[in-house]
Design a protein around this ligand. Structure first.
Ligand code: 13P
Length: 243
């Protein structure tokens, strides 16, 4: 279960969140605070709560002002990176090729990437949701060694469901997750059965159980509700019950 704090939170909130959160050893939990807070989050995270960043640069080091290398994330105790979040794609013009390169960079640095894919409302209205997700996923599969597939997770995040309070129905989400798993199975059937495909987009304590009950939904990438330790704990519990 992933808590993506986006550009929210403050230094004083880290300890409060860490103290209030209740984990379940049946559920892997990862915390993605703003990158500036990563070291502090690692320092206060309870046993069993991994930490990561919401984006990474493509190089291991060099003259890349403002970028953060996957290797540096690992150096301060982070173990995960989100790549290709729709907010990066839209607000920073990150294209499919760059997302693929960032996924490879995360793997090179020893991080577990969560690769985000998902269509906009206009793309879904045009009936293009699968074309878009396939294009996004193939750009990543083209740039990584398929032997590394076991280290990646996929986050299906329909853009129209992010931060809107309108979640995809469990059936809509399941259909897309099944499609993603089928695409992955063309790269490696055995691995595709094991890769985690998590859903993001207005996951809340009230809808988490229905989503996680779907066959191909292996967890959640939670934005707004993850800022509240009680809500995130409830979502972790829903995932534990679904196992
Ligand atoms: P919300 O849960 O706020 O809709 O955000 C989802 C998301 O983008 C997580 O990465």
């Amino acid at each position: 279960m992933a808590a993506n704090w986006k550009m929210f939170g403050a230094a004083a909130q880290l300890q409060v969140f860490a103290d209030a959160l209740q984990l379940d050893d049946r559920v892997d939990a990862v915390w993605f605070p703003p990158a500036l807070y990563l070291g502090a989050a690692v320092a206060v995270a309870p046993q069993g709560l991994a930490c990561g960043v919401q984006d990474i640069g493509t190089s291991a080091s060099g003259a890349h002002t403002g970028d953060i290398a996957a290797e540096m994330v690992a150096d301060v105790g982070g173990s995960w990176a989100i790549v290709g979040h729709s907010e990066r794609r839209m607000l920073h013009n990150e294209g499919d090729d760059l997302v693929g390169t960032k996924t490879a960079a995360a793997l090179r640095g020893g991080l577990n990437p969560i690769v985000c894919v998902g269509e906009t409302a206009a793309e879904r209205d045009a009936g293009h949701e699968k074309i878009v997700v396939q294009r996004q996923l193939e750009a990543v599969l083209d740039r990584i060694d398929h032997g590394q597939l076991a280290s990646i997770s996929i986050g299906y995040e329909p853009v129209w469901a992010i931060g809107t309070g309108v979640t995809a129905s469990p059936e809509q989400a399941q259909e897309m997750h099944e499609f993603v798993r089928q695409l992955l199975s063309e790269a490696d059937a055995q691995m595709a059965a094991e890769i985690r495909i998590v859903y993001g987009g207005s996951v809340k304590p009230g809808n988490a159980a229905q989503l996680f009950a779907q066959k191909d939904i292996d967890g959640g990438l939670v934005g707004g509700a993850s800022l509240d330790a009680a809500d995130f704990t409830a979502i972790i519990n829903a995932a534990a019950q679904a196992r």
